[in-house]
Design a protein around this ligand. Structure first.
Ligand code: 13P
Length: 251
């Protein structure tokens, strides 16, 4: 059986405290008023400063709460960083690791991403491990090879369907309004599922999200693709009606 879909909103470096409260309350109102609840789990991933203040509201509305990154160490002299147990301590359920913006702008390698994911698991968090090829990678005709390589090198030791989520985010589709064709998405997600069958016992139950320019207008089509078990949403997660429309596109 396919896993229950997960829709995660990655707010990136956006929103003030007041704006964030309004966004979560607007989503919460949509959730409370909906006669039929969306057929997915919902997680919001705000910047660090907004996590603690949003924790109670997210709990009230049944939304998971995720950090956008964590450090690989449990604690220590790492100025400016946040450890996975600190996220768990303030009510987080999830943490994104290895987002392409961190891989490219902060120089994060697969080994670093793997260590962060392992720290997340050790803290009891669900790790959302991101992978994805660049435009040059896609043009090289080796996108699946590149992504599977990243996946196997970034996957935490001890990954299970319950503690790890994979997010396939082609770098060229992030924030560009461009998306791969459904055939390309289907082929990549199948390749990821097949690769997971080696290291993960219940690979069929591990969620594989698609991310990159998911909008209300294309969500239904993307979420219907085989082996797509949800979405990691950037820009559209900042607009309550849009994020909600994506959540309700899950069937
Ligand atoms: P967009 O939905 O804005 O393309 O961002 C995708 C993303 O990077 C989510 O992590």
């Amino acid at each position: 059986m396919a896993p229950r879909p997960l829709i995660a909103g990655n707010w990136k470096m956006h929103l003030t405290l007041v704006e964030a409260g309004k966004l979560v309350d607007a989503l919460g109102a949509l959730m409370l008023e909906a006669p039929d609840k969306p057929a997915c789990d919902i997680v919001v991933c705000p910047p660090f400063t907004l996590l603690a203040p949003l924790s109670i509201a997210c709990q009230k509305y049944g939304f998971g709460l995720g950090g956008q990154d964590c450090h690989a160490e449990e604690m220590g002299a790492f100025t400016g960083n946040v450890a996975a147990p600190m996220l768990a301590d303030i009510g987080c359920s999830h943490v994104i690791v290895g987002h392409s913006e961190r891989r490219s702008l902060q120089g994060e390698t697969d080994a670093m991403v793997k260590a962060k994911a392992e720290a997340a698991l050790a803290a009891g968090l669900v790790a959302i491990v991101c992978v994805g090829e660049t435009e040059a990678g896609r043009d090289s005709g080796k996108a699946e090879e590149i992504v599977v390589g990243q996946l196997l090198a970034s996957l935490p030791q001890g990954a299970t369907a319950g503690n790890t989520v994979i997010a396939y985010e082609p770098v060229w589709a992030i924030g560009t309004g461009r998306t791969p064709s459904v055939e390309q998405v289907a082929a990549m997600h199948k390749a990821i599922r097949t690769a997971l069958a080696g290291p993960v016992a219940e690979a069929a139950g591990m969620r594989i999200l698609y991310g990159g320019s998911v909008k209300p207008g294309n969500a239904r089509e993307l979420l219907a693709v085989e082996n797509v078990d949800g979405a990691l949403v950037g820009g559209a997660s900042l607009v309550p009606a849009d994020f909600w429309a994506i959540c309700t596109s899950c069937t």
